[in-house]
Design a protein around this ligand. Structure first.
Ligand code: ADP
Ligand code: MG
Length: 614
């Protein structure tokens, strides 16, 4: 029998390799824009059509390529960025594998035009499925232009694997954010077909954040971002962290190292820990954190599509990061109870000089505290102190007009009469409700004392109501007298599309104005009185989180967000009648013990237990 092993033709090998590098239109965008950055471009224009399926075009004003290089660039393992294995450890470029262009050309129709400043004429290369169709000298602008057409034209299985336009676009925007946020000195424009989505001038990081994520509405980047800055001989950290009150369900969270976006769950924990007790468990802060380290101390030679990066000095950097953020939060009086005793704390140099700075000798310690241990007080103290303070600041003296007992027919009718009877029997005396700290309702039941968290109870009640409204389309809308304007980023507008049908069912009405902005003409009659714009932005945020979790139900998450933002809050004084009403409605719910996201609503102090105390 003859030998059977042979080498695969380039076209096949490249197509297989492409499967690794190019998974969707967003991967093409990432690879091409990174190449433009590596080529020193100061302006990069991006055009996509049909969520990148039919066209992704990247035009830059970088250094361009010679005629030979323009052809070579499409060979596998062809790169100008490293020469030997050692170079891997001093990487300053985004690319280095020489795989991207070969992969893209294997699965799409590519047109490259490029010219260097020293050349009078440029070159055009047309290549598709790894076959070169054309290579000729042409007149063209300085720099490089790539047109990638009909992605996966020759790989139908891949093409079918792509998600809806909205999902693909959202991947594209996310890749774009990751690159634009860490290259603020580069100007970008992004077009979706003819529509201009972003026009970003060269600026600094903070302005870039505002330009990308909007100056308006709830995020108030100007107000919310605190500057962080530290420099040791292990690492320089700079960037911005959001004030705790701006924390969201899914915050904008970005880490970059040496100009490259990265995911780092371990450092993420360091950030969260610095905010310990200042934000709710379900929320996370916004942050944009830029690390600069010696390239020898990180390993970026990971899978091309992965964004995790390994650090040699991970634990020490963890501590420095956590300390830096704690310091920023403390400095701005966000943690008033922290005592700023610097003794025994880690060195926190403020200048750029690194000579005298001693790297912290520390092992991983989740309780690490930069402000000294002796006088350190946790930001949140005991029960009394916490709620005493809370009450002073937040509790209205009068019963607040924003919440009224609401014998809502849709809810009441949902209660079977036998269930109502049972509730009424169990609650011994509804005339003796007692409100503790304007937060808990205490009432007598047969077996002892029942203590109910009023905010959670109301969240459960509203959640059940909203969910049934979505499912049975029976909501009541309330016209808005002065319609507010909802302005969205391109990314958010995609998710807004997804939640719009449910919002209609809940009684919201919108009128599109232009380019991702809407007038809010009607709101759910049961929505809270706080800003409807904030509420909608919250809902979009939620939808984003659910979009990436296939097990989550969008209906439920919308109902929950609306319930959370509309519920009566802790600190609100209730009349006896209001308390009674709330208890009735709570017990009419299918699950009155827990909020939809699993938090305990009530607890019972047993009669026996109570008696033992006397
Ligand atoms: P890598 O970026 O890993 O080197 P690529 O396949 O992405 O590999 O690119 C191959 C080579 O083509 C690069 O090393 C670079 O020399 C050249 N190149 C690609 N895009 C550009 C561009 N926009 N401007 C100038 N040169 C480019
Ligand atoms: Mg590259």
């Amino acid at each position: 029998m003859s030998d059977i092993i042979h080498l695969l033709p380039d076209s096949v090998a490249n197509q297989i390799a492409a499967g690794e590098v190019i998974q969707r239109p967003a991967s093409v965008l990432k690879e091409l824009v990174e190449n433009s950055i590596d080529a020193g471009a100061t302006f990069i224009q991006i055009v996509i059509k049909d969520a990148g399926r039919t066209l992704i075009q990247i035009v830059d004003n970088g250094k361009g390529m010679s005629e030979t290089d323009a052809r070579m660039a499409f060979e596998r393992h062809a790169t100008s960025k490293i020469k030997n294995a050692d170079d891997l450890f001093s990487l300053r470029t985004m690319g280095f594998r020489g795989e991207a262009l070969a992969s893209i050309a294997a699965v799409a129709q590519v047109e490259l035009r490029t010219r260097r400043s020293e050349d009078e004429l440029g070159v055009l290369v047309e290549i598709a499925g790894t076959r070169v169709f054309k290579q000729e000298v042409v007149q063209c602008d300085l720099g490089t232009s790539f047109q990638v057409k009909n992605l996966f034209f020759n790989v139908p299985a891949r093409r079918r694997f792509l998600k809806s336009d909205n999902v693909e676009k959202s991947h594209i925007f996310n890749e774009f954010y990751r690159i634009a946020l860490v290259n603020s000195n580069v100007a970008f424009s992004l077009f979706d077909g003819d529509e201009e989505i972003y026009q970003l001038p060269a600026s600094n990081n903070k302005v870039r954040i505002e330009n990308l994520f909007g100056k308006n509405a709830k995020k108030k980047w100007q107000q919310q971002l605190l500057t962080i800055e530290t420099s040791t001989n292990l690492v320089s950290i700079s960037g911005y962290v959001g004030k705790p009150e701006f924390a969201q369900k899914s915050g904008s969270q970005y880490f970059f190292v040496n100009g490259r976006y990265m995911r780092h769950p371990y450092f993420h924990k360091a950030v969260l820990l610095a905010y310990n007790q200042m934000i709710q468990v379900s929320e996370s802060p916004n942050y944009f954190i830029y690390f600069e380290v010696d390239p020898q101390t990180i390993d970026v030679n990971i899978h091309p599509t992965k964004t995790e990066i390994k650090f040699e000095n991970e634990q020490a950097i963890w501590s420095i990061l956590s300390a830096t953020i704690k310091e920023a939060l403390g400095k701005f009086n966000i943690v008033p109870s922290i005592d700023f005793d610097q003794e025994g704390s880690v060195d926190m140099p403020t200048g750029m000089s690194v000579e005298n700075v001693r790297p912290p000798q520390t092992n991983f310690n989740p309780n690490y505290n930069p402000f000294g241990t002796a006088n350190y007080k946790r930001p949140v103290l005991d029960w009394e102190e916490l709620y005493g303070d809370f009450e002073k600041k937040e509790a209205p003296i009068e019963s607040s007009p924003t919440w009224k007992p609401n014998f809502d027919s849709t809810v009441i009718s949902a209660i079977s009469s036998s269930k109502q009877q049972q509730v009424i029997e169990n609650i011994e005396s509804r005339t003796e409700n007692f409100q503790y700290k304007n937060r808990y309702i205490i009432t007598g039941i047969k077996s002892g004392l029942l203590m109910i968290d009023q905010q959670r109870a109301h969240t459960r009640i509203l959640f059940d109501l909203f969910l049934s409204q979505i499912e049975n389309s029976q909501a009541v809308s309330q016209q808005v007298l002065f319609p507010e304007l909802l302005e969205l980023s391109a990314d958010d507008a995609l998710f807004f599309d997804q939640i719009m049908p449910d919002l209609h069912l809940l009684g919201f009405e919108f009128e599109p104005i232009e380019n991702h902005s809407f007038q809010v003409k009607g709101v759910s009659a049961h929505a809270g009185t706080s800003s409807v714009i904030d509420l909608l932005l919250d809902l979009i945020d939620k939808a984003k989180t659910t979009a990436h979790d296939p097990s989550a139900s969008l209906h439920e998450s919308i109902a929950l967000s609306l319930a959370e933002s509309s519920s009566l809050k802790s600190g609100q004084r209730l009349t006896n009648e209001e308390m009674g009403d709330l208890i009735d409605r709570l017990f009419a719910c299918t699950n009155h013990n827990f909020t939809p996201d699993g938090r305990k609503i009530m607890t019972v102090f047993n009669q026996d237990e109570l008696e033992k105390r006397f």
